[in-house]
Design a protein around this ligand. Structure first.
Ligand SMILES: Cc1cc2nc3c(=O)[nH]c(=O)nc-3n(C[C@H](O)[C@H](O)[C@H](O)COP(=O)(O)OP(=O)(O)OC[C@H]3O[C@@H](n4cnc5c(N)ncnc54)[C@H](O)[C@@H]3O)c2cc1C
Length: 479
């Protein structure tokens, strides 16, 4: 029995079977996913244990699903029935904070909140901040997490200098290191980043850190249309002040997130009535005088870009608004949203994309609202459309429109199990075939996270890829 084998690897206290398996391990936070009970949940404590788990799974033909904090929004850590979840919660140590090289070396189960708390006393920051701070660094690496600060700092891909990882054979590789660049063969670190647990299990990451700016200002600018906001973003990005965040929030979303958080931003009624969308900009600096100068200059510039007004929010209100924006997903979930879309387009194409969104929403009698990282073209939409077929058509149209504008079907949350069917349908078959061959090289037995990215296998996989040419899951006789 695989359970006995796994128990000898990690110890009986670190494997859950049957009723011991928590409901939490059966799903992530995606809205449309169907929970799947795994055969076991195993919690390794070291790279050697992860490698031994993979070797055992290969022999027994058991699929493995890596799991960080389960905050993903695409069903990527949804288990496979009969498979085993590998939870990294015990591997959560900070191995090193190297203040000379501005680098941290961490285990994958460490959360962003834990890392941030440890870096603050050193006046350093790991600036990748997707909206959910309980997310793990392993999950961030596997999804190439982005977030509101990407417009200034970039995403996970720009901050992971190296990894240690266990391949689908049980072999352990170490790639990259405490340096920004090398030209020594293919960059395996970058290949694993964003691979959603389908190529390797990340057991260690070397992260690039930055000095931690202490002073922040939040500007809020109501606009008469989202199109006006989108037109204002390129000049703001070119202003030279290097904003930390440039977020747009549509009228309905703003009402939802401020009501949810109990915030009153004190905007006069006549402005509120005329505003259809808001731009939120956060500036940061190490020097309060320079921050004040930048704030003044940018506020003046925004006023000339078609905004109805510009407010510099008091510190507390600014912090509250950003925290509420981070929780926008939870507000949509609480209000019964049926799905979310995270298409990315070149930022100058946001108006064209949103025109198409309005048109398709009206044509299908759906409610589609949202906010997004306007500075880098990431549009996050919440969709209310109870009919699954109509919803599928709507999502398909929105993704196709994003692609036609030079974008991608997922800018942030990943393909997971939920968009695997869309990827199979909409992505270039030559690229898909190449991806499958890369997967086969890392994971020749096809045991790592099957159903994610390719060939959805769960109930949410209806409409998934057909004619798979990639590695088939080995079904071991000894199971
Ligand atoms: C409110 C909210 C807001 C969010 N905002 C953003 C946002 O702005 N930007 C953004 O990018 N994302 C956002 N997300 C999505 C999510 O937080 C990120 O995808 C995050 O990176 C997932 O981390 P996790 O630890 O929860 O991973 P999980 O959900 O546990 O897993 C995600 C993927 O990583 C794989 N994985 C986990 N650990 C490992 C490992 N050690 N080795 C290999 N594979 C592994 C899993 O198999 C799965 O494929 C948001 C989520 C929520 C709930």
């Amino acid at each position: 029995m695989i359970e006995d084998l796994l128990a000898t690897i990690v110890g009986v206290d670190h494997i859950d079977v049957g009723d011991q398996i928590s409901e939490d391990a059966t799903h992530d936070e995606s809205l449309d996913g169907v929970p799947v009970r795994p055969r076991a949940v195993v919690r390794p404590g070291s790279t050697e244990e992860v490698a031994a788990i993979v070797r055992a799974a290969v022999v027994e033909g058991i699929p493995l699903t890596p799991r960080g904090s389960g905050t993903g929004l695409s069903g990527a850590c949804t288990p496979v029935a009969g498979g085993v979840v590998v939870s990294f919660e015990r591997m959560n140590r900070i191995l090193e904070i190297d203040t000379d090289n501005h680098v941290a070396v961490v285990e994958p189960g460490l959360t962003l909140a834990e890392l941030d708390a440890a870096l603050a006393p050193h006046r350093l920051i790991y600036p990748v901040f997707p909206g959910e701070q309980s997310a793990s660094l392993g999950g961030n690496v596997a999804t190439n997490a982005g977030g509101m600060r990407a417009v200034k700092y970039g995403v996970t891909r720009h901050h992971v200098l190296g990894i240690e990882a266990v391949l689908g054979t049980g072999d352990v590789i170490s790639a990259g290191g405490k340096f920004v660049k090398s030209t020594s063969g293919y960059d395996l670190t970058q290949l694993v980043i964003g691979s959603e647990g389908t190529l390797a299990m990340v057991t260690r990451a070397t992260l690039r850190l930055h000095p931690r700016p202490e002073f922040h200002t939040t500007l809020l600018a109501p606009f008469p249309t989202i199109q006006a906001i989108a037109s204002a973003v390129p000049p703001i990005a070119a202003s030279g002040v290097g904003p930390l965040m440039v977020e747009y929030i549509d009228l309905v979303s703003m009402a939802g997130i401020t009501a949810n958080a109990g915030i009153d931003l004190g905007i006069p009624a006549e402005i509120k009535e005329a505003a259809l969308a808001y731009l939120v900009i956060v500036l940061e600096n190490h020097d309060p005088t320079r921050l004040e100068e930048d704030t003044e200059a940018l506020a003046g510039q925004i006023a000339g870009l078609g905004s109805l007004d510009v407010y510099v929010l008091p510190d507390q209100a600014g912090t509250q608004l950003i925290a509420a924006r981070e929780k926008a997903f939870w507000a949509s979930k609480a209000n019964g949203a049926d799905d979310i879309v995270d298409v990315v387009v070149p930022r100058a194409s946001i108006p064209s994309f949103l025109d198409r969104v309005s048109e398709r929403a009206a044509a299908t009698s759906s409610l589609v609202i949202g906010c997004g990282h306007a500075g880098d073209g990431n549009v996050h939409l919440s969709v209310w459309q109870p009919d699954p077929d109509v919803r599928h058509t709507l999502l398909h149209d929105l993704m196709t429109s994003g692609l036609a504008l030079g974008g991608a079907i997922s800018g942030e949350h990943g393909i997971g199990t939920q968009k695997a069917g869309f990827l199979a349908e909409l992505e270039d078959p030559v690229k898909l075939d190449l991806m499958r061959r890369i997967k086969a090289a890392f994971d020749p037995h096809g045991i790592l996270n099957p159903g994610t990215v390719f060939d959805p296998v769960g109930p949410s996989g209806a409409g998934g890829a057909t004619g798979a040419t990639g590695p088939a899951l080995v079904t071991g006789a000894g199971r």
